[in-house]
Structure formats: C-alpha cells, structure tokens
Design a protein around this ligand. Structure first.
Ligand code: BGC
Length: 467
C-alpha cells in the first residue's frame, strides 16, 4: 500500500516535472527569437547595404533599430505583464515577432526596413521582460536556476542559428530569407504559448485563487499544493507595494533595484555585443585575411557561447549564482586585458589573429558562465511579486539602453582610440563589475521566490535596527 502510494507520488512528480520542462522549452523560444533577430543582421547587412546603397549612418540605424525597439518594448513589457498577465503579453509578443519578421523580409525601402526592425525589436524587449519571469514563476525552487537559464541558452542558440543561416544564404545574397525565416519559430512560440497556462503566482496576485490552485496542481503534478499557495499569499500580504512605478524607489525594494540595474548595465558595458555583432570585423583587424575564415571563426565563438551556457545551467543550482558570477567575470577581465595588450604590442599578423581568436573565445566562455545567464536569472527572482514585472522590465530597459550605447559607440571608439584602448576600457568596466557583484549580489540558490522576498525584508529590518 505504502509502496503504491510512493509510486503514484513519484509518477505524479514526473508528470509535473515533464510539464514544467515542456512549458520551459516553449517559453524559451522567445529567447531563440531574441538571439536570432539580433544576431542575423551581422551577415545580412552587407547585402542590404548593396541593394539599397546605404550610407554608414543608415547602416548603423538598421543595426540599432532593433535595439531601440527592444528598449521601448522592455519599458512597456514589465508593466503590461503585471497588469494583463505573463501569458497574454507573450502571446502578443509572438504575433509581433511574426509580423516584424515578415515586414522586414519584404521591405521595399530602407525606411520600411528600419521601421520593421524597430517593431521586431519591441517584441524582443517584450520577450526579454516576460520570458524569464514566466519561467521563474513556474519552476520549482531547486531547478529554477537552470529552468530560467534556458532563456539564455535559447538566446545563444538563436545567435548561432542566425550565423549559420547567414552563411547558408550568403552565396545567393538572400538577405530577405535571412530576415524572413524567423517567422517559423515565431509561429511555434505563439502556438506553444496558446496552450500554456498563466503562472500561478500572477493568478494569486490577481485574486484568481481557484485557477491558481488547479494550475499549480497541473504544473507540480501533486494533489496538495496548498502549502505553496499559502506561502505566495502570505508573502503578498507582507508586501506594502501597490504596483506603481514609485514602488521601485521604496526603501525595501531599493537594494534589489540596485542589483538589477547594476547587473543590467555591467552586462553590456563589459562589451559582449562588440563581439557578438562585430566579431568578423575584430578578427580582420587582428590580421585574419579571408572574410570567410573570419566568419567561420565567428561561428566557433557562437558555439563556445552555447556550450558554456549549458555548463552554467548545470552548475547554477549546484555551485550557486555568486561563485559562477565571480569566476566568470574574473575570466572576462583576464581575456579582455590580454586582448587589449596584444593589440598594443603587435601589428595585425597571423600570430595576433590567433591570440585574438583565443581571447575572444575565452572572453565569451567567461561571459556565458556568468553575466550572460545570471543577469536574466537574478532579475526574474529578486523582486517582490507585486512589482516583479515592472522591476524586471526596468532592469531589461537599462540593459537594452546600455546595449544601444555600446553598439553605437564601439566602431567610433576603435577609430579614435584604437582597438587596444577600447578593449582595455571594457576590461576596466569588468573590474568594476566584479567588485559590484562581490559587494552587492546575494546568493539565491535553492530558496523559494517567497524566501528571497523575505530575505530583502529582513535585511531592511536589520538596516533599520542598525540606524
Ligand atoms: C545579452 C545579449 C547578448 C547575449 C549573448 C545576453 O544575455 O543580454 O545582449 O547578445 O547574451 O549571448
């Protein structure tokens, strides 16, 4: 009898676990589209430039249109997620992804292309605010780290798929195919989200207790989920926030806000997208003679990014967030430092080209086990439920805004100050980000979202007592 009960329970667990993983895979498609739509432009740009006769300034606008759109999408996305629910916003996001991809593929003029890329960008911004929150709110605490990191894995896979698609269509100058093919994953993402439930936490927050209960039963595969529901309710009852922008500045929320905004800015000003968007250019500057060799090495960089993200997913719930963050950022400091110094001491040559490849790979590997996944994970788990979407959206907005600034200034910085000083600048930003992580970022491994909320509240009380 007891044995039967245990078997039934473990089967139930399996069903629950399977459900979470299926949900996670579909939701993470939002990350794949993020990676694909940001990465695809690197290879498509040459042909777009040729067809429309773009000036350098117009070229920059085509590239950064997506980032501008993403910044706008992130601003709207957080508030919308708290108001309308994570799932509904993700359904709309899927539709915008599809429309944006099609419109940019058939664009008859540069103006329409830029407008379509801004629209597409807004879907990327919406996905980046909602997918991590969706995942963190359906995942069980012991697996939350890797379930949310699926988002980052999907981003990195999207980037590699984009590089390979660019490579495949380059011989026929098929930039319209490169941009348009993103409609397929957008469709799958939309269909998946249609069948997935709203998160139980958002449902409790909105007072839909019965639906929340039945959803949680489905997700966990357990008959009795009362404890989890009670924990969510108790945590909500202790939150003084009303769900407005001004809540972000409340004394209790401020430390978490600082962590989210700090990591958002550091994730970008340490230079990751100079490599993701411009790797072939950097490699050519280091002495890679053939363009195709440089593109192939770039695919290699993308593959390292995917591989190390998988390693991070394996470690994040075991070793914890902080050790990965500190070790990875240390690696970024070393590789950026060596890259910067080697551009200083030697001229473009075969040898420098190889040093550059090794440093870029080491740098991307270090990013992929630290700031890459852990930024998106932490901002989905450190905020109180009442303002989770809003606060996550604010961090994502800062991330996209910083991305826009770095991407727009990189080529100019290299032109004015040289590659060496530019990479040393990013190395310096990495030192600052290590110190920031060391002093400000808390460990969240293994805790429930409600325990994390309690941690900030307790910290606040300790502070108050100390004052
Ligand atoms: C960043 C992106 C970056 C990607 C690279 C993400 O976490 O937010 O800006 O392109 O990682 O893997």
């Amino acid at each position: 009898m007891a044995n039967n009960a245990i078997t039934a329970l473990s089967h139930a667990h399996l069903r629950g676990a399977r459900f979470v993983y299926i949900a996670a895979v579909f939701a993470a498609l939002g990350g794949l589209l993020f990676g694909y739509d940001t990465g695809v432009i690197s290879g498509a740009l040459i042909f777009i430039k040729r067809e429309f006769g773009l000036t350098t300034a117009a070229e920059e606008i085509v590239v950064s249109g997506v980032l501008l759109g993403a910044t706008i999408g992130a601003i709207i996305g957080g508030k919308a997620a708290d108001r309308f629910g994570r799932r509904r916003v993700l359904l709309v996001t899927a539709a915008i992804f599809g429309i944006g991809a099609l419109a940019s593929a058939v664009a008859p003029s540069p103006a329409i292309l830029i407008a379509s890329r801004v629209v597409l960008g807004s879907a990327i911004g919406l996905a980046s605010t909602n997918v991590p929150v969706y995942l963190s709110e359906v995942a069980p605490p012991h697996a939350r780290g890797w379930v949310v990191s699926l988002f980052q894995l999907a981003v990195t896979v999207g980037i590699v798929v984009a590089y390979l698609t660019d490579y495949a269509f380059a011989s026929v100058e098929g930039w319209r195919w490169m941009l348009g093919l993103a409609v397929a994953p957008a469709l799958v993402f939309g269909i998946g989200m249609f069948f997935l439930p709203e998160t139980p936490r958002w449902l409790v927050r909105g007072g839909h207790h019965e639906v929340a209960h039945s959803t949680l039963v489905r997700i966990r595969g357990l008959a009795d989920v009362n404890l989890e529901i009670e924990e969510i309710k108790a945590s909500l009852a202790q939150q003084g926030e009303s769900g407005h922008w001004t809540d972000l500045l409340r004394r209790q929320v401020r430390p978490a806000l600082v962590v989210g905004l700090g990591l958002a800015i550091f994730q970008q000003i340490t230079g990751i997208n100079t490599v993701i968007y411009y790797a072939p250019k950097i490699l050519q500057a280091a002495g890679f003679n053939s363009a195709s060799g440089a593109i192939l090495a770039t695919v290699g960089v993308g593959v390292v990014n995917v591989g190390m993200t998988i390693l991070a997913m394996f470690l994040v719930d075991r070793a914890g967030r902080r050790p990965l963050l500190l070790i990875g950022i240390a690696g970024m400091i070393v590789t950026l430092g060596v890259l910067g110094l080697s551009f200083r001491v030697s001229n473009p040559s075969g040898q420098l080209a190889w040093i550059a490849v090794i440093c870029l790979m080491g740098y991307v590997a270090s990013f992929a086990i630290s700031l890459g996944p852990i930024f998106w994970l932490l901002i989905a788990e450190i905020y109180p439920l009442k303002i989770r979407g809003l606060a996550e959206g604010t961090a994502a907005t800062f991330n996209w805004g910083s991305n826009l600034i770095v991407s727009l200034t990189f080529l100019t910085l290299v032109e004015k100050f040289g590659a060496s000083s530019t990479f040393l600048l990013y190395a310096f930003a990495s030192v600052a980000s290590w110190l920031f992580a060391y002093y400000f970022v808390p460990e969240t491994r293994g805790r429930t979202l409600e325990q994390i909320e309690a941690f900030w509240r307790a910290r606040h009380r300790v502070r108050q007592m100390a004052n």
